[in-house]
Design a protein around this ligand. Sequence first.
Ligand SMILES: [Zn+2]
Length: 425
Amino acid sequence: MIRAALLSAVLLAGTVQAATLIHAGRLIDGVSTAPRTRQTVVVEAGKIVAIEPGFRTPAAGDRLIDLSQGTLLPGFFDMHVHISSEYSKNSEIEDYKLNEADVAIDSVVYAQRTLLAGFTTVRDLGDEYRASIALRNAINAGKVPGPRIVAAGKAIATTGGHADPTNGWARKFPADPGPDDGVINSVEDARKAVRQRYKEGSDTIKITATGGVLSIASSGSNPQMTEEEIRAVVTTARDYGFKVAAHAHGTEGIKRAVRAGVDTIEHGTFLDEEGMKLMKEHGTFYVPTLSAGRWVYDQAQDPDFFPAIVRPKALQVGPQIQNTFAKAYKAGVKILYGTDTGVGKHGDNAREFKLMVEGGMPAMEAIRVATSMPAKFLGLDDSTGSIAVGKLGELVGVPGDPLADISVMQRVVFVMKDDTIYKAP
Ligand SMILES: [Zn+2]
């Protein structure tokens, strides 16, 4: 009897659970081409249950969010972050000093900053110690606040390549990593590295098809994988349901990756017309990471900020990405929002909106490539990526009108995820 009474009390508590009403002066749903004005969005038990014109009066016990002077948007997606690290002047020396626990604790701090900036989903494209995977699991379990993480785990490179974790080490340190540490030198290694990521719990695969800016190596753009190696990564990845993201600055490496069937090109700095044509033919998405280009260029103005081998690469790549983005957008290459944050400070992820608009993309489109389009790419569009009845209440509020002034995206005043309000106006 007592047990039955308790059970009905619990059920009753469930039915009277308070709703959250958001009064949105402007609503951008992530799909439509025009905003709606003066709407009430109702969230119950983490899901959007109603969207009504006008401002509904809350019932007793309801939570009211007054965003009547601002704009409500779906939670943002950042398709390229490194959530367990943040580059600084000390990064090269810290590589020798940080233990796994240091990285794990940092990653929890960065995850919270990312969420409070309005990013409710991120794709992590490379970590150390599987930190992004542990963090993803802790966030999913409700242990720590943070965005939903789609994790690549360890990025896959070749010896001396952009994601070889031992570049720059003295000979006295053991430094010949293999597929287990994400370093491959053959088709067989490529298959093994993908299978190792599957074993570790990765959600997606990241490769470094060319040199990169921040690695201790002379070239930021040389091809660093054969087309056969990339193809082996892609075909093996498909067996496990993985998509493949390819870091690629140089023209030749970009083309090899596209022909081999990768799903996204990251940075794409020296993408030429032929490369754009290839990407359109193959349906490859471009993730430009303008923020990272700008950030490394700005830091390189200080001659002592980067190691000497890195600085010339930072000066060259930064401005070039912005030009390439403008051309690729005009040419009709499919684009997804990604920042490479970790290069640059966690929590500054929304700066990319402004840079995309400066590069010629209309604000509404920049919002769509950061919401509904990445949700579709990741297969999450049934539950998130837009504001619609039945979707999760992953919602973000900004002051004013982002279509008139895109910089308001960097001043997020409201964040809701998992029926929890992390930031309120
Ligand atoms: Zn990156």
